[in-house]
Each structure stands twice: as structure tokens, then as C-alpha cells.
Design a protein around this ligand. Structure first.
Ligand SMILES: C[S@@+](CC[C@H](N)C(=O)[O-])C[C@H]1O[C@@H](n2cnc3c(N)ncnc32)[C@H](O)[C@@H]1O
Length: 247
């Protein structure tokens, strides 16, 4: 089964509120400063796309290859004000397939939210290379960095409980360290009057990368990391990089 086929139904209801607030805080102001265009990798259900479209005055290229997530994105765009929708072009390819196509104009801001950790090392390297070309000289890259190491032991996180009509949506996430990646299992539950009505599961992998290795692979693709500085890495901070002048 394709990834996100199960999670698409639960994504916004269980993660939407926190993600919307985070997207506003992290991406609205850089989007306002963009001067030629914005590329968003892995737009998903469009929580970040909506913030970008509202804040920006330039075109937004939302890249989303997964049909289930793209359906949520299109639904969000359909409900958006016309002037915001007019700004967003949706690309159904992977970012690595988008460049070197000639019909995507150069942007000056690239945004990767909750996506880089889900890419295996080969896909991640391809993403840095494609973005360095989709974003012009001195263009800015904003990424939430993947975990820098495997967890020491399996752990479980509880997802929020959200009432929808007569039902309560909830779930939990199990994270298990494997040799070179973290195996995630999402369990989603729907309860009515305290009884479990449905339970659904979906599995994903996350690929950790140590900070120095991440800097090196970005440099190999033509990026110069501006933040966090190696001397003072900030917890939860976005990684910020610019395309090197000579690329
Ligand atoms: C966890 S979701 C994050 C969605 C959204 N950015 C957010 O923060 O809510 C990751 C998304 O990245 C997309 N994705 C995975 N590989 C990709 C690739 N190579 N190019 C573009 N998008 C990709 C997936 O289809 C998925 O919708």
C-alpha cells in the first residue's frame, strides 16, 4: 500500500493545530521577504502551503508526489481565498524530478517542513542538489533538520485526543531504532462512548543524520549553512542555508 493512504485521514485532525501554529511562527516572515518565488518540498496536506500563500506576494510551487496527501492539499486550496489559490502551483512529481525541467521559474526561498527526515540518504542528497538549482544564487533554504542520532531504546508518544461529532480521534506513535534508521508505527483510534470503533496502523521510516554530515552533504550540493552555527547548535532550530555564489 502507498505511504500516507491511512495517515491522510488522520493527519490534520491529530497534528493540524500544532503544525499550523508552528508553520506561522517559522515560515510566514521568510515567505513575506521572498522576492521571486518559493519552492515547498513535500507540501503534504498544505498546512505550511496555506501560510506561505497567505504571507507571500510571489508564486509558491508546492511539490507533493503522494496522491492521498495531494488530495488534502487540493481540498485546502479549493477552500482558500482566490488570491491565495492563484499564487500556488501544485507539482505532483518528487522534487528530484522537478529539476532540470525548464518550466519551473527560479525561486529565492525553499522550504522543507517535516520531510527531510523521511527521505533515505540517496533521496536526501538528490533533494539538496535539485533545490540548489531550483533556488537561485544566494537563495535561502529553511529545513527542520532530521534527528541527529538513533534513540537509545524504543519509545512511544501519545497523539492528541480530538473530538469530532460523537467520536474522539486519538492515537500513538511507536519509534524503534533499527541499524541505520528509526522505524515508526502510527496507530490511530476512533472511540465513541468510550468504545473503540476503529483502529488503523501505518508504518514509516525516519533517517537520522549527524549535524556535521548534514553540513558536508549540503556543501557538496552547493549550499553554505548559515544557522545553526556548529559552535552553538540550537535545539529545535531551523537549519538555514544559502546557495553558494559560485554554483
Ligand atoms: C510528513 S509529510 C509533511 C507535510 C507537510 N510539509 C507538513 O509539514 O505538514 C512529508 C511529505 O513529503 C512528501 N514527500 C516525500 N518524498 C518527497 C519527495 N522526494 N519530493 C517531494 N515531496 C516528498 C510526502 O509525500 C509527504 O506528503
Amino acid at each position: 500500500m502507498d505511504a500516507y493512504t491511512v495517515s491522510a485521514e488522520f493527519y490534520d485532525v491529530l497534528q493540524g493545530r500544532d503544525e499550523r501554529e508552528r508553520a506561522e511562527r517559522l515560515f510566514a516572515s521568510p515567505a513575506r521577504r521572498a522576492r521571486s518565488g518559493i519552492v515547498e518540498v513535500g507540501a503534504g496536506s498544505g498546512l505550511v502551503t496555506q501560510v506561505l500563500a497567505r504571507a507571500a506576494t510571489v508564486p509558491v510551487h508546492a511539490i507533493e508526489p503522494n496522491p492521498a496527501m495531494r488530495a488534502l492539499l487540493m481540498s485546502r486550496l479549493a477552500a482558500a481565498p482566490t488570491e491565495h489559490r492563484a499564487r500556488v502551483t501544485v507539482h505532483p512529481e518528487r522534487v528530484q524530478e522537478l529539476w532540470p525541467r525548464q518550466d519551473v521559474p527560479q525561486a529565492d526561498l525553499a522550504v522543507c517542513s517535516n520531510v527531510i527526515a523521511t527521505l533515505d540518504p540517496g533521496q536526501r542528497h538528490g533533494t539538496w542538489a535539485a533545490l540548489a538549482r531550483l533556488v537561485g544564487p544566494q537563495g535561502l533554504l529553511l529545513v527542520d533538520p532530521p534527528p541527529c542520532a538513533l534513540p537509545e531504546a524504543p519509545r512511544t508518544k501519545v497523539l492528541p485526543q480530538v473530538p469530532v461529532g460523537d467520536d474522539t480521534y486519538s492515537g500513538f506513535l511507536s519509534e524503534t531504532p533499527e541499524t541505520d534508521h528509526i522505524h515508526l508505527e502510527y496507530t490511530y483510534q476512533v472511540h465513541r462512548d468510550g468504545e473503540l470503533l476503529r483502529e488503523e496502523r501505518e508504518e514509516f521510516d525516519l533517517w537520522p543524520v549527524a549535524g556535521e554530515e548534514l553540513r558536508q552533504e549540503l556543501a557538496d550540493a552547493g549550499w553554505v549553512v548559515c544557522r545553526p552555527s556548529p559552535a552553538a547548535p540550537g535545539r529545535g532550530e531551523l537549519l538555514t542555508a544559502r546557495v553558494a555564489e559560485h554554483l
